[in-house]
Design a protein around this ligand. Structure first.
Ligand SMILES: *Cc1c(COP(=O)(O)O)cnc(C)c1O
Length: 400
């Protein structure tokens, strides 16, 4: 795979060798169940509690406000479902406020809370950069609001939301505020006191940790109902024997991220700026998606008019570049993502999205090769996409 340049760090990152080394002893050597009374159990429990302290230090909170989950998705689910149900029980609040530009882990959970649990969801409009303006929230938040959930940084278009301002509005109204920080944590500060959030989700595999492990920070006193009942682990909020090696790995990955965040940002930012600058300059009928400045330092995203985004990805892959797009479907009739629709792109633009995300192993020569190759591939994808659209429908279905 060494001939393939990886530009998809927003999808996942490789496990840092230092993280892997930290995890290793906890598979077979120190394998005890953290809930066991004997010394095997004590050693495992100590590892989990040390990890909890490490995470708490990175987030500037108490260790008993850190809950380990199976990843960003579960953290988002627990935050939304758990808080919504508890808030309804406590104060009969029934309204959830969130955005269409959220990750599906949030938006689909909100949809289910509406369709099966009797909650109302109000979808807050974001601006053309996918940003929630605090004034939009201010207009609709009320004593009926059970929960507000707004992501810290958008995975598809890189836009960073003004979390401290949004948190201040929620706090004034006494409404719990959750932020999905899964994409943000690799590059942005995660001090929950400065952010002012009540709940915050993390997933280790977005910052050089393993997949399938995450954290939900829950501020003391936030009403929340467990959605996984059982043996009482994680203070009874998330039952199930803890995944000790992965918890150790998450903590080490977060500790390294905290220590190396500035260096990592300085590495990717000029590469990102080079990509954005050259693409906008050299390719016709293109626009940047997401905010021009308030965006993740490793994140470049575009929309090309009259280009099938999935076709472009295939051409890029064949040419040795692994990127991604925002369209939801891999086969058949593609649908633009909710994010592309939320930022107001019409169909001829929204199907042609491209996301290029960098990481600590991205190199300047990979970026240059990419920038040499991309214009020709866009041109090809555009002419193929235009041919496809003008071809009679019967012919198209025969091809499929
Ligand atoms: C990746 C991602 C998730 C899902 O996290 P998993 O750990 O893969 O379940 C949720 N939200 C955002 C913003 C993400 O980027």
């Amino acid at each position: 795979m060494s001939d393939l340049a990886y530009f998809d760090y927003a999808a996942t990152t490789p496990v840092d060798p230092r993280v892997q080394a930290a995890m290793q002893p906890f598979f077979a050597e120190t394998f005890g169940n953290p809930s066991s009374v004997h010394r095997f159990g004590q050693k495992a429990e100590a590892a989990v509690e040390t990890a909890r302290e490490t995470v708490a230090a990175a987030l500037n909170c108490r260790p008993d406000e850190i809950f380990f989950t199976s990843g960003g998705t579960e953290s988002d689910n627990l935050a939304l479902r758990g808080t919504a149900l508890a808030m309804r029980e406590h104060i009969s609040a029934n309204m959830i406020l969130t955005c269409r530009a959220e990750h599906h882990a949030v938006s689909k959970t909100a949809e289910q809370l509406a369709s099966h649990y009797g909650f109302q969801v109000k979808w807050l409009e974001t601006d053309g950069n996918g940003m929630l303006l605090p004034a939009t929230l201010e207009k609709v938040i009320s004593s009926e609001t059970a929960l507000v959930s707004v992501m810290y940084a958008n995975n598809e278009i890189g836009t960073i939301n003004a979390i401290p301002e949004i948190a201040r509005i929620c706090r004034l109204h006494g409404v719990p505020f959750h932020t999905d920080a899964v994409q943000a944590a690799a590059y942005l500060p995660t001090d929950v006191q400065i952010l002012g959030v009540d709940l915050l989700s993390l997933g280790a595999h977005k910052f050089y940790g393993p997949k399938g492990i995450g954290v939900l920070y829950i501020r003391k006193g936030t009403p929340i109902l467990s959605s996984q009942t059982g043996g009482g682990q994680e203070s009874g909020l998330r039952a199930g024997t803890q995944n000790v090696p992965y918890i150790v790995g998450l903590a080490e990955a977060l500790r390294l991220t905290f220590a190396e965040r500035a260096i990592r940002s300085e590495h990717v930012r000029p590469l990102r700026d080079r990509i954005i600058g050259r693409v906008l300059e050299e390719i016709p009928e293109v626009r940047l998606t997401g905010h021009p400045t308030m965006r993740l330092p490793n994140h470049a995203s575009f929309a090309f008019q009259d280009v099938d985004g999935n076709l472009l990805l295939t051409l890029l892959d064949a040419a040795g570049f692994a990127c991604s797009s925002g369209s939801a479907c891999k086969t058949g009739n593609p649908e633009p993502s909710e994010v592309m629709t939320a930022i107001g792109l019409s169909r001829d633009w929204s199907l042609g999205s491209l996301r290029v995300t960098l990481g600590k192993d991205s190199a300047a020569d990979q970026v240059e090769n990419f920038l040499e190759t991309l214009p020709g591939l866009v041109k090809r994808a555009r002419s193929l996409s235009r041919d496809e659209r003008t071809r009679p429908r019967s012919h198209k279905s025969r091809v499929n």
